[in-house]
Design a binder for this molecule. Structure first.
Ligand code: KG4
Length: 335
């Protein structure tokens, strides 16, 4: 079964064709990052306009790369939530038009379910149940993936997402947007241990996380250094910050693993590309004999193939939508 999939929830327009939820036939992506870099972050209105400009040509390219025409496509999958509402609406409206004009079923896909499903594309052996640590620019959560379409949140951030925190900290360190990768590179030039950063704890919700205090602490440190003319060890701060994020994420993921009794875990989302977090997860999983799946860097960030992968399983579960399907800026992964 071949699915034509659309993703437009943030600053990447992406269209892909995926076969049986596991094989990428094409994966066309148009990133707007350079445009938003001028402003130091995503400008929602610009994101929507750029999606409008890119999506038709990108669809033609995805179909051409896959060697597919209308008759080869069995269903149309699309991110309908969560994300920048104007941006999501562009992909959703376009996907609806294609589904309507071609008479194909329309399959709504939750963006974070898609991120987790990126692992199905990379790892043919991976099947639920397993634990997923989903860490992206807009969301950070630990999910019990009971089945392909039956996911439960075990813990989540109460405020900022890990990626949002990376981007803001990178900005105060003078790094370009999106800051996660440059900050990762900078951290690798140090061994840290210079700055003491706060650790967050949510009373009576030990798997929930908070990153806003950590973000503010780094911003204050940087501003204080500037105002007092003290040189900032940028690389050490990048290392200590990344280590602080990892210490929020990894122990909680391991705790959730113990609670579920699973022996399989995967990571997902843009921040899952971070080298220190990957190494820490690997070490922690090896220690307890847990099989860890880390998606290749190419599948960590937003892409259309992951929506096609999850779309396949949503379709198989009978989760299709009518033309009145709406877009949502926020939506739980387990609804
Ligand atoms: O998953 P994603 O592409 O978009 C969302 O669905 O939100 O994630 C983007 C986030 C950005 O915040 C970006 O800075 C971060 O992923 N990121 C990284 C790395 N590469 C991308 N964060 C830390 N280390 C990286 N190597």
């Amino acid at each position: 079964m071949k699915i034509l999939a659309f993703e437009s929830s943030c600053d990447e327009t992406a269209v892909a064709v995926v076969e049986d939820g596991r094989r990428i036939l094409s994966d066309a992506i148009a990133s707007q990052a350079d445009m938003h870099a001028l402003y130091g972050g995503v400008v929602p209105e610009i994101a929507s306009r750029k999606h409008v400009e890119a999506i038709a040509a990108l669809t033609e390219r995805a179909l051409k790369d896959a060697g597919c025409g209308k008759d080869d496509i069995d269903a149309v999958a699309v991110t309908y939530a969560p994300g920048l509402i104007g941006a999501v609406l562009v992909g959703l409206s376009f996907a609806k038009s294609v589904a309507f004009a071609w008479g194909k079923p329309l399959v709504p896909v939750h963006h974070i379910r898609g991120h987790i499903a990126a692992n199905y594309l990379a790892f043919p052996a991976l099947e639920p149940p397993f634990l997923a640590l989903a860490i992206s620019g807009g969301n950070t959560l630990i999910a019990d993936v009971r089945d392909y379409t039956d996911l439960r949140i075990l813990g989540a951030t109460r405020d900022d997402a890990a990626g949002e925190c990376f981007d803001k900290v990178a900005r105060v360190l003078g790094l370009p947007y999106p800051g996660g990768k440059p900050l990762d590179d900078l951290a690798q030039q140090s061994h840290g241990g210079v700055y003491t950063l706060p650790h967050a704890h949510v009373d009576s919700a030990e798997l929930d996380m908070s990153f806003s205090g950590l973000k503010t602490a780094v911003v204050n440190l940087a501003h204080h250094a500037e105002q007092t003319d003290h040189p900032l060890d940028r690389a050490a701060l990048a290392w200590d910050f990344t280590n602080a994020v990892s210490r929020e994420l990894v122990p909680r993921a391991m705790k959730a693993l113990a609670l579920t009794g699973y022996k399989t875990m995967c990571a997902a989302g843009g921040v899952a590309a971070n080298s220190m977090i990957r190494a820490d997860l690997k070490a922690a999983c090896e220690k307890v004999g847990c099989k860890l799946y880390l998606p290749p860097l190419s599948l960590c960030g937003d892409n259309g193939a992951m929506i096609g992968a999850q779309g396949y399983y949503e379709f198989r579960a009978g989760h299709t939508a009518d033309m009145d399907l709406n877009a949502y800026a926020t939506r739980d992964i387990d609804t």
